[in-house]
Ligand binder design. Structure first.
Ligand SMILES: Cc1cc2nc3c(=O)[nH]c(=O)nc-3n(C[C@H](O)[C@H](O)[C@H](O)COP(=O)(O)OP(=O)(O)OC[C@H]3O[C@@H](n4cnc5c(N)ncnc54)[C@H](O)[C@@H]3O)c2cc1C
Length: 364
């Protein structure tokens, strides 16, 4: 085949299922499909958020048992990883440090029986009988069904009052924050990322101020709910779709971006908080730990024409109980679907609900 034809994917086989995103949601789905013997291709930077965009010195917010990469036979349990590596087993309710979690990720990635193409999709459009996915390299993949599992990366939220601030860093860019030394820094936000950013900055001898209009809400891990209620919320994620939209928005206004684990509560007891905006010009850097805003328009890797054809609910494409959008064979999963399947989707635990169901749906 001529090189140009090869680049365009001419003559290439149709991929039955293209999974876009190799985070916990994409990998969990791939694991279920792989065990079922279904054909698929998975693309994206493997566990990028966890390797590149979480603070090295922090612990996960979720407990060990709810932070595993899902697999139908539980092949990737953190307990097994610990046993195989001679580490203390710990309790399922313990929180694991990010450093150890990264070792666990490498252990999982080494064991996967399939390849991940570590590349971004730059444009997804609908052809006459399939989807066409243009990759960063220029390669074009043709796929019958596409699952979008791109997580938080495209949805960084920065309130308008900071968008012009000099030296603004969103808390997603943890490496830049970890590199700050001896600076005067304003951390904005009332959630866990704000608390973690303040702690890292303080350790690195920066002068840190904190601005948050609202008091954070503190909770015990993983949420301030008895275990059986938590499990019920996860198992009945599908019921969330039937709740009135107003109730869902009320829920989000309470929990989104203002929750924090008790260990950080203890550290914040004596920290002064500005509740109105200080003069930004007096700071070297402003860290915007202001969360994520799930909006279809931020998914600029979806062709305009494709985006324009999707039925919406508020700012995201409406999805049905099988995660399919109004466009046949196009699916959305992960945190951006929180408004349809509730709070479990915001965390890795939600993938344990999604992967078994969606793998069956895709096999039909
Ligand atoms: C700082 C922080 C801390 C968190 N802590 C916890 C926690 O302790 N416990 C918990 O359960 N949840 C936590 N979360 C929530 C977290 O988002 C989810 O748990 C989980 O990582 C979401 O998985 P995902 O697979 O949907 O997306 P992500 O983990 O965000 O992965 C997205 C994947 O998509 C790929 N991708 C993105 N764009 C493209 C593209 N255009 N083309 C191809 N691939 C693409 C990326 O390379 C990556 O592989 C945290 C979130 C943040 C931001």
């Amino acid at each position: 085949m001529e090189p140009m034809e090869e680049k365009l994917g001419v003559g290439k086989q149709m991929i039955p299922v293209l999974i876009v995103g190799a985070g916990p949601y994409g990998l969990s789905l791939a694991n279920y499909m792989s065990v079922m013997g279904q054909e698929f291709k998975i693309i994206g930077k493997p566990m990028e958020l966890w390797k590149e965009h979480t603070f090295s010195e922090a612990s996960l917010r979720s407990e060990m048992a709810t932070s595993e990469i899902a697999h139908p036979q539980n092949a990737y349990s953190i307990q097994t990883f610990r046993t195989q590596n001679g580490l203390d087993k710990g309790q399922p309710s313990d929180r694991i440090e990010v450093k150890e979690y990264r070792q666990y990720i490498d252990w999982v990635l080494n064991a996967l029986p399939y390849e991940i193409q570590p590349e971004y999709l730059t444009n997804l459009s609908q052809g006459s009988d399939c989807f066409e996915a243009k990759m960063e390299s220029g390669e074009i993949l043709k796929a019958k069904q596409v699952v979008i599992a791109t997580g938080v990366a495209h949805h960084l939220k920065v309130p308008a009052e900071f968008s012009n601030a000099k030296y603004l860093i969103h808390s997603y860019y943890t490496k830049e924050i970890e590199a700050l030394q001896g600076k005067k820094v304003l951390v904005v936000g009332a959630g866990q990322s704000a608390a973690e950013a303040m702690e890292i900055c303080r350790k690195n001898e920066n002068q840190v101020h904190w601005y948050a209009r609202k008091e954070p809400r503190f909770y015990s891990e993983p949420l301030d709910l008895p275990k059986w209620i938590f499990n019920l919320v996860v198992k009945s994620a599908g019921l969330f779709r039937r709740m009135p939209h107003r109730l869902i928005q009320y829920w989000f206004s309470i929990f989104s971006a203002t929750t924090m684990t008790p260990d950080h509560r203890a550290k914040l007891v004596n920290v002064n908080r500005f509740s109105s905006l200080p003069d930004l010009s007096t700071y070297d850097h402003v860290i915007s730990a202001t969360g994520y805003d799930y909006t279809l328009n931020h998914m600029n890797f979806l062709a305009d024409e494709l985006r324009g054809r999707l039925e919406m609910r508020a700012s995201m494409p409406r999805i049905d109980k099988n995660f399919m959008s109004s466009m046949r064979d196009l699916y959305f999963i992960g945190p951006p679907t929180e408004m349809f399947f509730g709070p479990p989707m915001k965390f890795m635990i939600g993938s344990q609900y999604v992967a078994p169901r969606l793998s069956k749906q895709l096999a039909r």
